[in-house]
Design a protein around this ligand. Structure first.
Ligand SMILES: [Fe+2]
Ligand SMILES: [Fe+2]
Length: 259
């Protein structure tokens, strides 16, 4: 497989593989819409989290507000169901040139990595909408998964540890997404499978960018913290979870959010 090499560091970073029971559930026809809808929301959330990090840690409020406005058409579509999704392709206008330089030591690195990441996540968001259109899946709101929250609640509440922990969580979310896309790609319709495989390269880079940023910001070695979140993440993946989503745990009989 051409992507085996890409996945090798991800598999050793993650503390567990996705259980077969999740894969089996994910490819059930009744979960087809849910998986696409949750994927769509995850792409927006990835962009939002990266935007939050830039605004909080690397630029002033005024610039942050201007930047935030760029996300609004995407957020309005998801939270208020406003706008035509086809028009979102031209709204992805974020460039490094719109971002002011930061005076924090790691600010520019954070900006450079996160701007690219946001652009890519918004592009993925649009691509998921294209898939939904192709497969006739209508947008509807869904309940959030326990996954990200389950990790973020372990984030230390004083700086710079808060930022470092959040970046480590970001790395795990990206790495798990990458691993799951590879897991389900061979079992779905070719067009969708090819799309999942096309996402692997950027998600693998996102995981590395988050980790590299975390280590460059921390004055001390972060291996113990990476290890800690690896255990937290694996527990969320390996314990039972009735709310089937892209990042959910081992499926149980009662899916409380059917479509
Ligand atoms: Fe993405
Ligand atoms: Fe990503």
């Amino acid at each position: 497989m051409p992507y085996t090499e890409l996945l090798a560091p991800i598999k050793s970073f993650l503390h567990c593989e996705t259980p077969d029971a999740w894969v089996k559930e994910a490819i059930q026809p009744e979960n087809f819409s849910m998986l696409l809808l949750d994927h769509l929301v995850c792409e927006l959330k990835a962009a939002q989290s990266a935007m939050y990090l830039i605004r909080k840690y690397a630029i002033d409020k005024e610039s942050g507000d201007a930047l935030l406005a760029l996300l609004q058409p995407f957020e309005r579509f998801i939270y208020k169901r406003e706008g035509d999704w086809r028009e979102l392709v031209v709204k992805n206008k974020l460039t490094k040139s719109v971002i002011p330089k930061s005076n924090t030591p790691y600010g520019q690195d954070l900006i450079d990595k996160m701007v690219l990441l946001i652009k890519e996540e918004l592009h993925h968001f649009y691509q998921v909408l294209e898939m939904m259109d192709h497969y006739g899946v209508e947008y509807k709101s869904i309940t959030p998964s326990r996954y990200a929250k389950g990790m973020f609640k372990h984030v230390i509440t004083h700086e710079p540890d808060t930022l470092i922990d959040k970046l480590i969580c970001g790395a795990y979310i990206e790495a798990r997404s990458c691993e799951r896309f590879a897991k389900i790609a061979p079992h779905v319709d070719k067009r969708l499978g090819d799309f999942y495989i096309s996402l692997l390269r950027s998600e693998a880079r996102h995981y590395q960018d988050y980790l590299a940023l975390a280590q460059s910001i921390s004055p001390v070695d972060i291996s113990a913290r990476i290890e800690y979140f690896g255990k937290v993440e694996a527990a969320l993946i390996l314990t039972s979870d009735s709310n089937f989503k892209f990042h959910s745990g081992v499926p149980t009989e009662n899916d409380d959010d059917p479509i």
